[in-house]
Design a protein around this ligand. Structure first.
Ligand SMILES: N[C@@H](CCC(=O)N[C@@H](CS)C(=O)NCC(=O)O)C(=O)O
Length: 225
């Protein structure tokens, strides 16, 4: 299996975390911003994507773009989607909730007014985390899993990565919601995920250097303990 994206976490990272969580063998192709701008890398993927965008997954004869399609393909293939349609519907619900927060944070990284708007964004995000925490208490399977007791799904992966994204953006915010914080830290200390996120195989930045925020290692969270 081969996952292609930039040398950054962003839209490819949840797929990568799913592969690491399940110990699945894969190759990661990191396209440099320079090679993308020159058009060389774009030309290579043009025929396999409608809008010439990344990430892209190659699994034997299957070639997929659109990060959400990739995640759902991997979830089904790696048994991270639940077994019944009721479980899968809850996985989707939690996953979509996390994805909304994720996309909103991803766009905010690129806001030219990021630094001026950071406090206001932090206050709005705190309100969302308050609601998210109540939602977790209501639907969780156990203290460390959103949908299935003792078992991770795509929803946990997306939620953990989204909460991690907020750590450098609003220092101390996620820690103010102990149940969400515990869920997130447990995920990032689990099996293959633990080793991967502490290794130099993980991209050093959340996004590429042209962003207003999260394109530098000091603006990106790193697990060290
Ligand atoms: N809906 C797509 C969006 C993909 C997307 O926007 N990719 C960006 C990087 S995050 C990209 O390839 N940008 C380069 C470009 O558009 O030239 C997905 O979720 O995969």
């Amino acid at each position: 299996m081969k996952l292609t994206y930039f040398d950054a976490r962003a839209r490819a990272e949840p797929a990568r975390l799913m592969l690491e969580l399940t110990g699945t063998a894969y190759e990661y192709e990191a396209i440099s911003a320079e090679s993308w701008i020159s058009g060389e890398a774009k030309a290579r993927i043009a025929e396999r994507t409608p809008f010439c965008q990344l990430p892209m997954l190659q699994d034997g004869a299957v070639s997929l773009c659109q990060s959400q399609a990739i995640l759902r393909y991997l979830a089904r293939k790696l048994s991270l989607y639940g077994d019944t349609i009721e479980e899968q519907a809850r996985v989707d619900e939690v996953h979509e909730t996390a994805s909304e927060l994720f996309i909103e944070a991803a766009l905010f990284h690129w806001d030219p007014q990021f630094h001026e708007r950071r406090d206001e964004h932090g206050a709005a995000t705190a309100k969302k985390l308050e609601l998210l925490s109540q939602y977790f208490t209501r639907v969780r399977a156990d203290a460390e899993h959103w949908v299935l007791p003792g078992r991770y799904t795509m929803a946990d992966v997306m939620m953990a990565f989204t909460l991690e994204t907020l750590l450098p953006m609003h220092p101390g915010l996620v820690q103010g919601f102990p149940e969400l914080h515990r869920f997130m830290t447990t995920f990032f200390t689990t099996g293959g995920v633990r080793d991967y996120v502490r290794s130099d195989r993980r991209p050093r930045t959340w996004t590429i250097y042209m962003a207003t925020f999260a394109g530098k290692p000091e603006e990106t969270h790193h697990w060290t303990d």
